[in-house]
Design a protein around this ligand. Structure first.
Ligand code: SF4
Ligand code: MG
Length: 338
């Protein structure tokens, strides 16, 4: 069945002087209302590009998008800029890593929260100001009535991140995309912000995508996880499945010593040897094969010639030619003991 957000065979290609960059290369996933999908992978794996495509924020001049992006049954890939801009304010919202870049230094925090509420919900100035005070309270800013007229520089980093969340959520969006939302914050504030997002989700039933390279963030917030490599999903499953019994050699590398579900936040991915592949000329076969320790265990050299795919009917699946038996044996004997 198709989710509230449903992406099918998405390709996002950029035209550059050197050729076509295949930033997203055949990606499918679903996200239900009220649930959270964590997207993990190294930089350049296509995490952010996927989500910019969902939001319609790519540059149409050098970008080709193919495939289907359905939000609540509506097709987004062919939607007009006008329609997308309405949807971005009201139905979907983006939370960025850098609140200083997202908030203007020239306007009060309250005004910046009130503006989208007036624009998209048709509220009066007075109603929108009341809503801004209410939202600041909701995201845990003390004395919101007094702080609503402050400028962003009068807020601490953690408070600015909260204010940005208030601005993103002011119209009760049904889809929230958070790209490294807590990377710039210290660990205590990170945990508070993630709790806040989960609380707001319980209240409104919104769907959330969290893009992160921090497995602690994934463990704390996500229901499902998608591991991306070279613009593709190489493994998907529930957070439990991915953290406890990952099945793809790339996930084994990322997870290192396999963090536990109750790990604290601040668990960076383990850097793995080798470099991410060129997206101009991705390696044939499995894009991970130049960095993988196991291609010689697959018969017939398939890793170098055949692109592995995740079987549609496997909820926890990995795009890897190793047999299920090989995956569990290698994991149990060589990976987990570390
Ligand atoms: Fe490694 Fe082959 Fe699996 Fe790719 S398909 S991850 S190269 S074993
Ligand atoms: Mg990114």
């Amino acid at each position: 069945s198709r989710g509230f957000l449903s992406v099918r065979d998405l390709y996002v290609h950029f035209a550059t002087e050197d050729g076509t960059v295949k930033a997203v290369d055949g990606l499918s996933f679903d996200l239900a209302r009220g649930s959270t999908l964590g997207i993990v992978g190294e930089s350049g794996s296509g995490k952010s590009v996927t989500n910019l495509a969902v939001l319609g924020l790519h540059n149409p001049r050098n970008t080709t998008i193919r495939g289907e992006i359905l939000l609540d049954g509506q097709e987004l890939t062919g939607a007009s800029e006008r329609r997308l801009s309405q949807l971005r304010g009201k139905k979907m919202a983006m939370i960025f890593q850098d609140s200083l870049a997202a908030l203007s230094p020239y306007y009060t925090v309250g005004r910046q929260i009130a503006e989208p509420y007036m624009k998209h919900m048709g509220a009066s100035r007075k109603e929108a100001r009341e809503r801004a005070v209410q939202m600041l309270g909701k995201v845990g800013i003390p004395q919101p009535k007094l702080r609503v007229d402050d400028y962003p520089h009068q807020f601490s980093g953690g408070m600015r991140q909260r204010a940005m969340i208030a601005m993103a959520l002011v119209c009760d969006p049904e889809l929230i995309i958070a790209d490294e939302p807590t990377t710039a914050l210290d660990v205590t504030v990170q945990a508070q912000i993630l709790d806040l997002l989960k609380d707001l989700q319980h209240e409104t039933g919104s769907a959330i995508i969290i893009i992160t390279h921090d497995l602690g963030v994934v463990a704390k917030t996500a229901d499902d996880v998608m591991v991306m490599y070279a613009g593709r999903c190489v493994e998907r499953g529930t957070v439990r499945e991915i953290m406890r019994t990952p099945r793809h050699p790339y996930s084994w590398g990322l997870l290192g010593s396999i963090p536990r579900l109750d790990s604290p936040v601040d668990l960076p991915l383990v850097p793995i040897p080798g470099t991410p592949p060129s997206l101009l000329a991705p390696p044939p076969g499995c894009p991970f094969h130049p960095r993988c320790a196991f291609p010689d265990q697959v018969a017939g050299g398939a890793c170098r010639t055949e692109r592995p795919v995740i079987p549609e009917d496997e909820p926890h699946g990995a795009a890897c030619h190793l047999t299920p038996q090989q995956k569990s044996t290698i994991f149990a004997e060589q990976i987990r003991p570390r």
